[in-house]
Design a protein around this ligand. Structure first.
Ligand code: ADP
Ligand code: MG
Length: 559
């Protein structure tokens, strides 16, 4: 038995690999399962061109076996296996990827699912194991070999007895230390959870013995433990399926299964994009607002998968802030992963995907607004404020995306209307889009300033949220019509009374106004005759750019 040395650089590399690439130890299992899946994929490709081999799906699986007593964890696959040379080349050389070479040699481009590419994932096993043993029998070979290593001081390769084709990887799990827990990687529930989290959509079954508590035969209240082999992963990535094959219920089930929310989604968006960046996505617009939605705690983001393997749970770059309510996942084979597979090397593809998704979400919302107003109003009640923040926050940069999604309560329609609906109803002589700000629709309804505008037959939009007026200031105009607060000085309405009559009123009441100003002192800037009032004796008007309501908000802000 000859013990071979890693080259010096390799030792150093391996140390780095083991200690500093991954932020979470649990990904070792994702890496080993990904390799097992690749190995089965390879035998599948082999079968496509090899008459001696028929690919019978039942024979191909991955098995995870934990043995607490012996502190071993096994990952078994029935894939293509490795010859002695391959063990040496692929596992003895860091950053050598047999899988990448396989893809290149077979010119696999479209539709391949092989995950490996960096040639480092395997070593993640040393994060949790003192000794790693790989026993493998390659397709087309009668012999099997065992590769064994304790980490940085090298590896051995020796012949071994093995009947079944494929590979068995045995990890001798580390002992717990004062501050590190390794026992968890021998626990059934933990292993199940890790498999579900990262490898749920691996296309081959990942099997494990699971303890189920069942009613004892003949008994009504006595339970006993049964051990049965179960397939842990759901295998079929529904986002790769054809939309016609899927029902509304399938999408709802996926939403619930992935715990995107506890409500029912209001709408789903299924994308199969074959453009500059290829990706599949299933996105949801939830019905209800998460309890922490408008708080600092809320974290936006979509799940990001590469070839069905989870890379990030909440990828924030995939969705803009104004659509932060969107839930769901994106899967792409075109991502430039960094070697930890936890991040991307650059975000070019992400940016393209995000841009595309933003457009699709907007269009879906618009069609909901058009075709199912009731649903849209429900959505708007939950998330409308976020859209308005979106207009406000980026200095109107998102105007194009967001302006048509906004809705406000209308004095005329007595319900929520879009800006487009408002403008399309405007009489020819109306110059502005009028709005009134206040605490509630009822309060605004009673504002004296609304009278004249209403009398003219003009519609008024009611702004009852603080952000409303700020957002509209950022929009500036809609379809070239400017917004105008009904409490602003000049309403742009041809007044019925002549200048003379108001001048006369001003003159006649000069003393009264002066007396009122003295009493009100600093509370008002001036008291003057108004042409705007019909049935109310008095109203407050703002002189400057901002309305009284907005002034209130600004005054209430902390300095
Ligand atoms: P990667 O998967 O990125 O290529 P790994 O370090 O995970 O890198 O694995 C290195 C290589 O070892 C793989 O490319 C593959 O050729 C080989 N390998 C690892 N695990 C297995 C396995 N279970 N069956 C067959 N080959 C394997
Ligand atoms: Mg790998």
């Amino acid at each position: 038995m000859v013990k071979k040395e890693f080259k010096a650089e390799s030792k150093r590399l391996l140390e780095l690999m083991i200690n500093s690439i991954y932020s979470q130890r649990e990904v070792f299992l994702r890496e080993l399962i990904s390799n097992a899946s690749d190995a089965i994929d390879k035998i599948y490709y082999q079968a496509l061109t090899d008459d001696n081999l028929s690919f019978n799906k039942e024979n191909y699986y991955i098995r995870v076996e934990a043995d607490k007593e012996n502190r071993t964890l096994k990952v078994i696959d029935t894939g293509i296996g490795m010859t002695k040379e391959e063990l040496e080349n692929n596992l003895g050389t860091i950053a050598k990827s047999g899988s990448l070479a396989f893809k290149d040699a077979n010119e696999l481009k479209d539709g391949y699912d092989i995950i490996g590419q960096f040639g480092v994932g395997f070593y993640a096993a040393f994060m949790v194991a003192d000794v790693v043993t790989v026993e493998s029998k390659a397709y087309g070979s009668d012999e099997a070999y065992k590769w064994e290593s304790k980490g940085i001081d090298g590896y051995t390769i020796t012949p071994v007895e093995k009947d079944q084709l494929g590979t068995t990887i045995t990890l001798k799990i580390k002992e717990n230390t004062d501050d590190e827990n390794y026992d968890e990687f021998l626990e059934e529930y933990r292993l199940k959870a890790i498999i579900k989290k990262y490898s749920d959509f691996i296309r081959y079954p990942i099997k494990m013995d699971v303890t189920e508590s069942k009613l004892k035969e003949g008994s009504e209240d006595e339970y006993e433990d049964h051990i049965e082999e179960q397939t842990i992963n759901s295998m079929v990535p529904i986002w790769k399926k054809n939309k016609n094959e899927l029902t509304e219920e399938d999408y709802e089930n996926f939403y619930q299964e992935k715990r995107y929310g506890f409500d029912k989604p209001l709408k789903h968006i299924h994308l199969n994009i074959d453009g500059t960046v290829r990706y599949n996505a299933i996105l949801y617009i939830p019905e209800n607002r998460p309890y922490d939605y408008y708080s600092q705690d809320y974290e936006k983001g979509l799940e990001l998968y590469s070839n069905g393997v989870l890379i990030m749970e909440k990828c924030a770059d995939l969705i803009p802030d104004h659509f932060s309510f969107v839930k769901g996942m994106v899967d792409s084979e075109d991502l430039s992963l960094n070697i930890s597979r936890e991040m991307l090397q650059h975000d070019r593809q992400l940016k393209l995907i995000a841009k595309n998704i933003t457009k699709k979400v907007k269009n879906q919302l618009l069609s909901l607004q058009r075709d199912d107003r009731e649903k849209y109003e429900k959505f708007y009640e939950s998330f409308g404020r976020q859209l308005k923040f979106g207009v406000y926050n980026n200095f109107g940069q998102n105007k194009e995306t967001l302006q048509d999604l906004l809705m406000f309560y209308s004095s005329k329609e007595k319900k929520m209307v879009t800006l487009d609906e408002y403008v399309s109803r405007m009489p020819e002589e109306q110059k502005y889009i009028y709005y009134a700000a206040g605490e509630s629709n009822e309060r605004i309804e009673k504002l004296p300033q609304t009278e004249m505008v209403k009398d003219k037959g003009f519609e008024i939009l009611y702004f009852t949220e603080e952000v409303d007026e700020f957002a509209i200031k950022m929009l500036m105009n809609y379809k070239e019509k400017e917004f105008k607060s009904i409490s602003s000085g000049d309403l742009g309405i041809d007044e019925d009374e002549t200048e003379e009559s108001s001048e006369k009123a001003e003159k006649d009441n000069k003393e009264l106004f002066a007396a009122m100003k003295t009493i009100l002192a600093d509370n008002v800037k001036e008291v003057r005759a108004s042409k705007r009032l019909k049935s109310h004796p008095v109203c407050l008007a703002a002189d400057g750019e901002i309305s009284l309501e907005m002034e209130k908000v600004i005054n209430a802000m902390p300095d």
